[in-house]
Write a protein that binds this ligand. Structure first.
Ligand code: PLP
Length: 384
């Protein structure tokens, strides 16, 4: 008898989106070329051209000048660099106090960098509302700081933050403003000029590019005095040393270009499927949605009372549906979601949160499979 492989449904796009054919083709084509993009011979200049084309594509996605894009190894490095060197710039160049104002929703790449760079006592956490929004308080309540950092959209709830208002508030205080746009860039329109952010973190694999490459946008006026995070050669205009990974960058560029082209259509389609999944799952007794207001189109975050998020994700996996409890970085921790806890103060709700994140390749049939798997998982856990 022929054994049938059970088809799986991938609903963990926020952890990593599948690489697109176009990005993969760009990677393979470039990886076949030999050379180092910094070399002055023909092989080097051929790769340098590829890198510059990709830089223009990534810059184009966020309305930046290509010269403002510095390639990194991913979102984590971009966040570490932005926070560490942003703090240094704010104190040494702008003369601000050695304090970081950080939203309590930030990814660990920002939060832990902040504690490491400024010290525990010098981090001011900006509170979040029950809806998952970090509201801008009246001017007199804004902390004195060298750098403010508020993410563009949260990776667990998808809630989009008022970053333009935060950038303005930070600037009024004489501080720099950084935003981690790792989840938002490529999913929703985001323009650095309109936002007036000084520093923006990006990652390729959240927009159907490869893992291991990202970028930090550094506003033109800052670049001359912005300190590198690593030390080594003079690549990336002396800002980010290390042999430039041309194939990864080429694939990042292709992914950025494709995301820009498809954004309007992908947003509409994905949000429609997400809303349908959410609507059906909210019929389960004891189900609540985490996060409200403007959200990324592909993320749904729900808590099911009495049903541990991690256990439910495992149950869904048994039915071939891949989802996660909170963020992938904390998978297996059995800790409550720090984000949902900060939003609601409700430990049970934070322990029972499930993140379903879909995207470009998720179809209507997948939506049905996701709903059925979650319903069955909740039932099995509650009956056990
Ligand atoms: N920032 C956010 C909001 C993220 O969701 C992630 C990844 O999950 C990162 C930063 C880290 O990005 P990378 O995986 O490219 O290091």
């Amino acid at each position: 008898m022929k054994k049938r492989m059970k088809e799986t449904v991938y609903a963990d796009y926020a952890a990593s989106a599948p690489i697109s054919e176009r990005a993969l083709a760009a990677f393979c084509e470039t990886a076949r070329l030999c050379g180092n993009p910094s070399a002055i011979h023909e092989a080097g200049s051929r790769l340098a051209e590829v890198v510059e084309r990709a830089r223009a594509s990534v810059a184009g996605l966020i309305g930046a000048d290509p010269g403002e894009i510095c390639f990194t190894s991913g979102g984590t490095e971009s966040d570490n660099w932005a926070v560490t060197s942003g703090l240094r710039y704010g104190t040494e160049i702008l003369g601000r106090p050695r304090i970081l104002a950080v939203s309590s929703l930030e990814h660990d790449a920002v939060l832990r960098s902040a504690y490491a760079a400024a010290g525990e006592g010098n981090v001011r956490l900006l509170p979040v509302s029950e809806d998952g929004i970090v509201p801008v308080p009246p001017a007199e309540e804004l902390p004195e700081a060298a750098l403010y950092t508020v993410m563009t959209a949260n990776n667990e709830t998808g809630v989009i933050q008022p970053v333009k208002a935060w950038a303005e508030a930070a600037h009024r205080k004489g501080a720099l403003f950084h935003t981690d746009a790792v989840q938002a860039a490529g999913q929703i329109p985001f323009d650095v000029r309109e936002t007036s952010a000084d520093l923006v973190s990006l990652s390729a694999h959240k927009m159907h590019g490869p893992v291991g490459v990202g970028a930090l946008y550094i506003r033109r006026e800052l670049a001359d005095r912005f300190a590198p995070f690593h030390h080594g050669g003079g690549q990336e205009k002396n800002l980010r040393p290390g042999t430039v990974p041309a194939a990864l960058i080429a694939a990042f560029g292709a992914a950025a270009e494709e995301a820009a082209e498809r954004m309007a259509e992908d947003m509409k389609r994905t949000a429609r499927i997400r809303d349908r999944i959410e609507c059906e799952l909210l019929r389960i007794p004891g189900a609540v949605r985490n996060g409200a207001g403007k959200r990324l189109p592909g993320i749904a975050n729900l808590s099911f009372s009495g049903v541990g998020g991690e256990a439910l994700a495992i149950q869904c996996g048994l039915d071939g549906v891949m989802v996660s409890a909170g963020s992938a970085c904390h998978a297996g921790s059995e800790e409550p979601s720090r984000v949902i806890l900060a939003m609601t103060g409700d430990r049970e709700r934070a322990m029972t949160a499930l993140r379903i994140s879909i995207g470009r390749e998720t179809g209507e049939e997948d939506a049905v499979r996701i709903v059925r798997a979650v319903e069955a998982g909740v039932r099995r856990i509650r009956e056990a």
